[in-house]
Design a protein around this ligand. Structure first.
Ligand code: UDP
Ligand code: MG
Length: 321
């Protein structure tokens, strides 16, 4: 590795955070300077419209390790984070929110754990959600339960985007052909050895949240559809159910007819309507099955990752005579 590459990069997505910026700079710098290792801070200005860009450039004059990447327009937290990750150069890369909800002091613990146990990923896991509203607590618990079901139990519950990645993990992310991965799901899915550090999520130091309900819903929709084709299959199951009900009603109608208990004309009418509806749903479901496969093919995620191959490292085999 080239000597000029820092041991640690800290990626901070920032959108209209002029009020927290001075607090962030002071606290983050204190923590990082104390580490005693070369580092860089990659501040990604996500198209801020307040005084953030000027404040970042001013901070940079005093703090040479601060690197500022400005996105042309507001692209959202996940894309901003990704932009920073893709450009970070450190052996380890930590992503952290700008609002000091993720305490920078935890970075030292993450780095130590990764180095001591040779881990590629260290998740920051919230000790509790006491600083959240009841609504956010409830939606988060539903979200993580659903995601663990869809993606797998290796998705840590209540781990957001405060985490450490090794260079290898960042490179694996970079090689994913997907343009808009949901990082908190794709990172565990990469399958690297990982650990957790718990932390107390603090209250926002200043300013207000940039994550309104609409963005939470969008993140949930991205999360589900990027790992599951189940919604596309709803039509298939509805169609099958319709066909089954239709069959049952045919039997009931025949019996009723034999008993002379039907008004002539209406059984054929409702059966035709029900049958056609069911067939249409089935066909929609069939289309869904193909769309799902096209979607997976377009995502082009590798089917597996090899952790180790003894052939690559094994000594030459002994001579057999
Ligand atoms: N953020 C961003 N672009 C956006 C929205 C948010 O870069 O479009 C940043 C924001 O500046 C902060 C982080 O993403 O550093 C998390 O946002 P926020 O604290 O508002 O979310 P919350 O903690 O309320 O979920
Ligand atoms: Mg926040």
């Amino acid at each position: 590795m080239v000597a000029s590459e820092p041991a640690l990069s800290v990626v901070v997505p920032i959108y209209n955070e002029q009020s927290v910026l001075p607090l962030l700079v002071a606290r983050l710098r204190g923590v990082l300077d104390a580490l005693g290792e070369p580092y860089e801070v990659v501040a990604v200005d996500d198209g801020s419209t307040d005084n953030t860009p000027a404040a970042l450039l001013a901070a940079r004059r005093e703090w040479p390790q601060l690197r500022v990447i400005r996105l042309r327009r507001n692209s959202g937290h996940q894309p901003a984070l990704l932009a920073g990750l893709m450009r970070a150069r450190g052996d380890y890369v930590v992503s952290i929110d700008a609002d000091l909800q993720d305490p920078p002091e935890t970075i030292a613990a993450m780095l130590r754990l990764a180095q001591d146990q040779n881990l590629d990923i260290v998740y920051g896991v919230r000790a509790d959600r006491s600083t959240d509203t009841a609504f956010k607590r409830w939606t988060a618990s539903v979200y993580y339960r659903l995601m663990r079901r869809i993606v797998g139990n290796h998705v840590p519950a209540h781990a957001g985007d405060f985490r450490l990645l090794s260079r290898a993990a960042v490179e694996a992310l970079r090689e994913l052909p997907e343009r808009t991965p949901v990082l908190r799901l794709v990172v565990p899915w990469l399958g690297f050895p990982s650990g957790e550090v718990t932390f107390e999520r603090e209250k926002r130091a200043a300013g207000h949240t940039k994550y309104p309900l609409s963005r939470m819903v969008a993140l949930a929709a991205d999360s589900i559809t990027s790992f599951s084709a189940a919604p596309l299959r709803v039509a298939t199951w509805l169609g099958l159910a319709g066909v089954a009900v239709c069959g049952l009603l045919v039997a009931v109608t025949i019996v009723a007819y034999l008993l002379g208990a039907t008004v002539s004309g209406w059984p054929s009418l409702y059966l035709a309507i029900l049958f056609l509806g069911a067939v249409q749903l089935l066909c929609l479901g069939l289309l869904g099955e193909y769309v799902a496969r096209i979607y997976t093919a377009v995502q082009a995620r590798p089917a597996y990752y090899i952790a180790d191959d003894t052939r690559a490292t094994a000594p030459a085999p002994a001579q057999v005579s």
